[in-house]
Design a binder for this molecule. Sequence first.
Ligand code: BDP
Length: 629
Amino acid sequence: MLSPRESATRERVSLDGLWRFALDPEGRGRSERWWTDELPGDVEVPVPASFNAVLPGRESHDHIGDVWYQRVVRVPRGWDGERIVLRLDAATHRAVVWVSDTQVAEHEGGYTPFEADISEQVRAGEPVRVTVVVNTELHWDSIPPGFVQELEDGRLLQQYFQDFFNYAGLNRSVWLYVTPRTHVDDVTVATTGIDGDTGTIDYRVAVAGDGGHPVRVVVRDAGGAEVARADGAEGTVRIEGVQPWRPGAGYLYTLEVAVLGADGEVVDVYPQPFGVRTVAVDGTRFLINGEPFYFTGFGKHEDFPVHGRGFDPAAMVHDFHLLRWIGANSFRTSHYPYDEAFLDYADRHGVVVMDETAAVGLNLDTGAGVLNQAGPMETYSDSTIDARTQETHRQAIRELIARDKNHPCVVLWSIANEPDTVSPAARPYFEPLVAETRRLDPTRPVAFANFLKATPDLDVISDLFDVLLLNRYYGWYVQTGDLVAAERLLEGELREWAERGKPIVMTEYGADTQPGLHSMLREPWSEEFQIDLLAMYHRVFDRIDAVVGEHIWNFADFATRAGISRVDGNKKGIFTRDRRPKSSAQALRQRWHGTEEPQPDTTRNVQQDPQQDLQGDVPQGVQQPARQA
Ligand code: BDP
């Protein structure tokens, strides 16, 4: 699905900002047709943001069910006679959308976009009321799954099996955009080869509207100069003197796709950025442009105080700079597709991405009693994860690939995080999903992140995948604090996996760490223990050739449900939730930048406390830094 971009024939208007908002704890809004009038109450919330992070108190934080958003928007005057589209970048977890009194869209799944052609419902130059009901519930047939439990006293409890808080609402931008009625509907661009300095690109264009219009594509380099062109909705173009997209150097071209009229005039034009790069798995090596690539980085979350999972460009750019500072070349979009702005940025800056679906928590064995307070259950059964879940999962894969297929930063699809892959039923569940992923995108490796109990002797699906992604907690959840035993067991297991002859990336390893807690005994929860545990894993990785990457869990501390193993959230971050480095950050920076000593920060201006200046109380032995004029 194309993201809304501006061009000579296209315009867009952001509907971000404050919307009217109403919680609907009794679930009355649908039967009372709240979309036909102004929403009750006077609450406003920002879009994008998680309402249950923005509004203080338990009532909204723990709300289960429907919430309503509404605003009035004026359709630009110049859009008369064009195709006008309302697009939501995401609504977590499902939504119905009305324009005035007419339902225009309905969507399941909280992390991928959807849109509606509303040309018939609006008039250029006139205001229109947009109402969205967003439902926060997780069910057995949703991705991620969960269930709503009715307690003995009649209260409801949202149960789920993932270790991050169920932030919901309109977490991403809402757009109104316009295209000609005959328009570019979809574009697929894939590198099929880089031979010397020639890049070969296969492209495919779908046109909607009146049939029979010719298509022309022009490839422009980063400076806008034309470097190739072709006619036809499908074909191959060659770029001579190609500048490949590389990790650390995200060179982008643009495929300018034009639908032409009878006299060769441009009816619609869509600029699709792309990079020229290849991805392949060769034995235990992961190759980007034919060269072995070693992943350094993290599993992350879209998570921040106050706006929850709501997209914030300031937080995003800040995180990308921290990734660069620490020497990370990659990250995984654990445990759901992120806002597409993350991928656009990673494309431009050469950051490598493992792109994951929201299929997390398909595992009822993740320490029952901690994550799953309802007690032990079978993962795959007619009353838990079943064919309906699988169908939602299949759709989630389709929508992920439809949105992200043209991003050069994406080098791998991770179709699930820590599913139960010990039950024999995992195989019939996953086999068709892997086949579907490969059918939709034959160019990228397919993987899933494997749960610690699914050791090589027990796992029943890993042979279906190209890369082994392993999440392991030796030294933390098992052999807690005993890094000697942990090192032996970790190495033993990794050597067994290595015999499979596939590349291994450790996609999770880490230790909860309370910032500021220090220990001479270097015990669990201390900053010293986090350093020691990571160093132990790194020693083991360096001894095993098949290990081609290390993604620490997690980049930053993040919000979870309350629980006996969570103190104000998950504390496995290398940065705190407000992005202050824990001690381990320096050690990582040394390892990933390949330096003996941490790089001193020599470029900064110094801002001093004016009080200190007055009293002249600079400690002895500390040189007073030169002042900037
Ligand atoms: C893994 C999950 C991740 C958790 C992590 C942990 O993939 O989402 O946050 O463990 O327990 O099981 O910290």
